[in-house]
Design a protein around this ligand. Structure first.
Ligand SMILES: Cc1cc2nc3c(=O)[nH]c(=O)nc-3n(C[C@H](O)[C@H](O)[C@H](O)COP(=O)(O)O)c2cc1C
Length: 212
């Protein structure tokens, strides 16, 4: 019998993982893409300012090609096979046409972008899709290539598509890089809960059990 080592969590969160082998034949239709973005849209943000935007490329279109050209060498091995790649932007300065000078604080905009990405990720799992986020790409090339205004910072990438499980891979599966296959097979690890949640003072573990 399998040993239960962690407290139960919702299957949508339990089953989320960042695959490195995406199905290069899968495509995202408009309604799927709209649902993913809608999930991000309904995430909470500081003062409901929604200080994030996404640049979106679907495999085969010009935006996708521009994003792929900016990927780091490592990420270029797996991300292009995903059905879409989104680049997340966060606001870091006032809009020129905003008489009030923009948001009162930009301190939480990275948090807000991350949270919108988390919502998008869970929505993706609910749709049988997977997300792999990444930071390894040429941020300046994206900013220039997409004419991103200076009050917006290019921060993170989100590859979304259908995971290609090993049972479905054949020796002639396109774009399947062995290093990525091995990476997927490595055990996924997390810090135990007692290193993550404290009581009374920093470092004093909150005792709730589990978390191995
Ligand atoms: C902000 C951020 C940046 C990341 N950058 C990369 C990256 O450049 N390349 C990559 O392969 N994975 C990247 N990842 C994925 C993480 O390595 C991955 O989420 C982590 O290893 C945990 O694995 P899991 O998502 O399967 O649980 C990034 C994730 C986040 C949230």
């Amino acid at each position: 019998m399998a040993r239960v080592t962690t407290p139960p969590i919702d299957p949508l969160l339990r089953d989320r993982r960042s695959p490195s082998v995406f199905d290069p034949t899968h495509t995202l239709d408009d309604s799927q893409l709209a649902s993913l973005l809608e999930a991000a849209r309904w995430s909470p943000s500081w003062g409901n300012t929604q200080p994030w935007r996404f640049l979106v490329g679907r495999r085969g279109d010009a935006s996708h090609a521009r994003i792929v050209a900016a990927l780091s060498r490592g990420n270029r091995q797996w991300a292009p096979a995903a059905s879409a790649i989104l680049i997340g932007l966060r606001q870091v300065g006032a809009e020129p046409d905003d008489p009030k000078g923009g948001l009162r604080t930009y301190d939480y905009t990275a948090y807000d972008l991350g949270q919108s990405a988390a919502h998008l990720s869970v929505q993706a799992v609910s749709m049988g899709l997977a997300v792999h986020q990444f930071g390894g790409f040429d941020h300046d090339a994206i900013a220039a290539g997409f004419a991103v205004p200076p009050q917006w910072e290019v921060l993170s990438g989100i590859a979304v598509g259908r995971w290609l499980p090993s049972a479905e891979r054949t020796t002639d599966s396109p774009d399947v890089d062995q290093a990525n296959v091995e990476r997927e097979e490595r055990p996924r690890k997390r810090r135990p809960l007692d290193q993550l949640a404290f009581a009374e003072r920093f470092g004093e573990p909150l005792r709730v059990g589990h978390g191995e």
